[in-house]
Design a protein around this ligand. Sequence first.
Ligand code: NAP
Length: 254
Amino acid sequence: MPENSSENSIPPTTHDKKKTALVTGANKGIGYEITAGLARLGFRVGLGARDTNRREEAVAKLRAEGLDVFGVPLDVTDDASVAAAAAQLEAEGGLDVLVNNAGITGGVPQEPTRVSPELVLAVVDTNVVGAIRVTNAMLPMLRRATSPRVVNVSSTVGSLTLQTAQADAVGPISAAYSPSKSFLNAVTIQYAKELAGTGILVNAGCPGYVATDLNGFQGHRTPEQGAAIFLELATLPDDGPTGTFRDDEGIQPW
Ligand code: NAP
């Protein structure tokens, strides 16, 4: 039973021909814009968010624009919450596209010599295990979809190649956030390998440096610009790539 049925008032029968997407961590920032963008492309979009008020406000704002968005209570670190979200989507008629966007930096300090193990575990639990938890819970529905896509919201700070080739250019020294994105990239490759031939395309993307709460709005791109690569990865053609890492410029090195 959805936590707030008023968010889910459109009967599924109205949407039989529409594809459904789920975006995690979608109440603000890049996830909110991915949700809006997918809805503008004609998807029915589940706006996954853990906080009831923030979720309802975001859903109301997008629905006021005429977009087909419904709220999905979802904390990606909580097995029961993820299972309930999967049950809600099953009841809504299934899932075609999953965007694993929810993420945290973990705050400071993050230098490897000073970071606390608890901080590292919390960041990995949200940014990596969260994506695995949600993907696996949604997988039965994705396997039934005609053009299923899994999109992982990563970062070029997770690129080991870029971290070593141009350390200054890809963010501060970090033992939690950046490695969590390297881990997410590695997991993306493993999903793509295991799911090869199933039609489920699994790719990771980087939004660039985007002005959001995550970085105190220091980024130079808008959330809408940051969302663009994920809209592309969510709507890849059936013969599109899987197991890639890309941004607006194209393929990025792992
Ligand atoms: P943001 O505005 O802080 O948004 C993060 C979202 O994740 C929020 O909706 C937050 O919800 C949600 N979230 C955090 N923990 C969660 C959990 N346990 N369960 C469910 N939702 C959770 O930051 P953003 O910049 O848009 O970040 C979105 C993604 O882009 C992240 O994966 C981030 O690593 C990635 N990214 C961002 C940048 C950038 O420059 N901004 C660059 C590269 C990659 P609450 O409101 O409840 O906290």
